[in-house]
Design a protein around this ligand. Structure first.
Ligand SMILES: Cc1ncc(C[n+]2csc(CCOP(=O)(O)OP(=O)(O)O)c2C)c(N)n1
Length: 365
């Protein structure tokens, strides 16, 4: 049925990670309703096959540049459930030390670049990471995701163009859930499939059922291995549905009832569970064990976060500015040529020197 051939244990691990993703978000919603979450809650119920499937095909040393509905990718890459729960409860030991209550987190040890809140802006950053991998001749790949709404921004198109021209080891995954907040697809863009965008940049593009985890793994896996082999970037559109509102403050009553019901029948977890049972890979006992493991991990994460201290009020201004001042200081401190590139040069070192010398050579022509 699927070209993805995984050992039984891997398929059950995928199922576990999808279940964990959903359960973590359900816990967070409960905490939110109890008034224990600081800030809004943005969930991705319905995206689990896309987020878990896409990240599962990566190797150690690869990088993800996730968006705001990618808890599944974080969990696959190794972000701990405790850290995620501390983030949502804005604890002083959370990845952002309580400065942000959202999934705007990253961890370069796990190859996770923190997302930028402005839609589309993470994608040029993903190009930079992929360019670094290429310049350092590393056999690694970057996977960058965005929503359908983000594809209508300038940075999305700049990133696709740049990645194509530079043949970067980069895979763009679009999580097309049919809406950018309340704006439906037909009011956003005039193509049937967002994978058609790839044609304009002369890169491969394909659309896939984003609620079928094995189909996502097959399609994204192909794109990742192409990128790894030096064939350049690809675009994969995963068609899915956001079951809940944009955030918990949104009832999503702009989504027609029939459309919602149609998508609910395609629930990615239920579908994968049925597939595993049909293939004889998920016994009642294995399912119960997975449920128990998910419950225990969520209980532990919530307990750990609730025991963790809130940030100290006196430290509120810390970690907001770079400790040794802005780059512009290099110019003010009497450098011979106080231009931005030279400031970067001094601050960061050799790679920028090369770029600045190249720029000078070009500007003299
Ligand atoms: C440039 C920009 N405009 C508006 C917003 C506010 N905003 C945050 S998420 C979002 C909807 C994004 O839709 P989409 O890209 O389709 O992703 P989804 O939330 O559906 O997963 C909006 C409008 C923003 N963060 N950045």
């Amino acid at each position: 049925m699927h070209g993805v051939r995984q050992a039984k244990v891997d398929l059950l691990q995928i199922f576990y990670l999808m279940r964990l993703t959903r359960a973590m978000e359900e816990r967070t919603r409960t905490l939110f309703l109890q008034g224990r979450v600081v800030g809004g809650v943005y969930t991705a119920q319905g995206h689990e096959a896309t987020t878990v499937g896409a990240a599962m095909v990566l190797h150690d040393g690869d990088c993800i540049v996730p968006q705001h509905r990618d808890l599944g990718m974080h969990l696959v890459r190794g972000t701990s459930p405790r850290a995620v729960m501390c983030q949502w409860l804005a604890r002083g030991n959370s990845p952002t030390l309580g400065r942000d209550g959202q999934i705007h987190i990253g961890d370069m040890h796990h190859g996770i670049v923190p997302m930028i809140s402005m839609l589309g802006e993470s994608l040029p950053v993903a190009c930079g990471v992929a360019m670094t991998m290429k310049m350092r001749k590393r056999a690694n790949v970057v996977l960058a995701s965005c929503g359908d709404g983000a594809t209508n921004t300038g940075p999305f198109h700049e990133a696709l163009n740049f990645a194509s021209v530079q043949k970067l080891p980069l895979v763009f995954v679009i999580e097309n859930n049919g809406y950018a907040y309340s704006t439906p697809s037909y009011k956003q863009f005039n193509v049937q499939h967002l994978s058609e965008r790839a044609k304009a940049y002369n890169i491969p593009g394909e659309s896939v059922d984003g609620n079928d985890v094995l189909a996502v793994m097959e399609s994204v896996g192909r794109a990742v291995e192409n990128a790894r082999s030096g064939a350049g970037p690809s675009l994969v559109e995963c068609k899915t549905f956001r079951v809940r509102g944009h955030s918990e403050a949104d009832k999503a009553d702009y989504v027609p009832k029939e459309l919602r019901e149609e998508w609910l029948k395609k629930d990615p977890l239920k579908r994968f569970e049925t597939y595993l049972e049909h293939e004889g890979l998920l016994s009642a006992r294995a399912k119960a064990e997975i449920e128990e493991r998910v419950r225990a991990v969520c209980d532990d994460a919530v307990h750990y976060a609730e025991q963790s201290p809130e940030p100290e009020a006196a430290t509120v201004a810390e970690y907001v500015f770079a400790p040794d001042g802005p780059i512009a200081i290099v110019g003010e401190s009497g450098a011979d040529d106080p231009r931005y590139v030279n400031a970067l040069d001094q601050r960061i070192g050799a790679p920028f020197s090369t770029i600045s010398r190249t720029e000078e050579a070009i500007s003299r022509r």
